[in-house]
Design a protein around this ligand. Sequence first.
Ligand SMILES: NC(=O)c1ccc[n+]([C@@H]2O[C@H](COP(=O)([O-])OP(=O)(O)OC[C@H]3O[C@@H](n4cnc5c(N)ncnc54)[C@H](OP(=O)(O)O)[C@@H]3O)[C@@H](O)[C@H]2O)c1
Length: 162
Amino acid sequence: MINFIWAEDNEHHIGYKGKLPWYLPNDLKFFKKTTLNKVVVMGRNTFESFPGLLPNRINIVLSRKTDLVETDTLKIVHSIPELNNLLETYSEDIFIIGGATLFSELYVNVNRLYQTKINNTFDGDVVMIPIDYTHWKLIETIPGIIDEKNVYDHEFRIYDKK
Ligand SMILES: NC(=O)c1ccc[n+]([C@@H]2O[C@H](COP(=O)([O-])OP(=O)(O)OC[C@H]3O[C@@H](n4cnc5c(N)ncnc54)[C@H](OP(=O)(O)O)[C@@H]3O)[C@@H](O)[C@H]2O)c1
């Protein structure tokens, strides 16, 4: 199963200056719980937005450059065909975790969407790809809990391809 997982605001912003536009620890927890022990696939920019490898997950990074060094849990691929060949070797669920470039290139392959909708507008310079939701069935909505650390109204939505 190939999944997308991302968070967006009311303007579909997903990134700003190489990072997330917001701080919402509930979303980070949801992301961790959902992707733990799975395979995560990301573009080079998203990889560089993290302090390091995402632990307890196979990390696959797409880059056209050759400077990244592979380890047991970090796989580097240089093209979509190379990525698709590698993904065939895993039985675990695959999570495409961004950014916009990856979502655009891999949209044809995806079966399930995990969208965190943040009901607010932030400065952003990377926007989620347009998605025609008439092709998707909303199967679950989980309200986000607002508290002193999670100040933005948000909900987690899961869609399956119709
Ligand atoms: N809100 C969210 O859920 C979310 C999720 C993910 C990311 N983000 C944010 O989004 C931003 C990054 O997104 P982005 O769209 O700028 O970048 P990105 O998709 O993370 O990475 C783009 C890079 O990936 C590599 N790449 C992409 N397609 C490739 C292909 N077919 N073959 C080989 N390499 C390929 C290239 O790296 P090289 O330049 O090394 O060749 C390219 O420059 C950051 O602000 C991040 O924080 C937000």
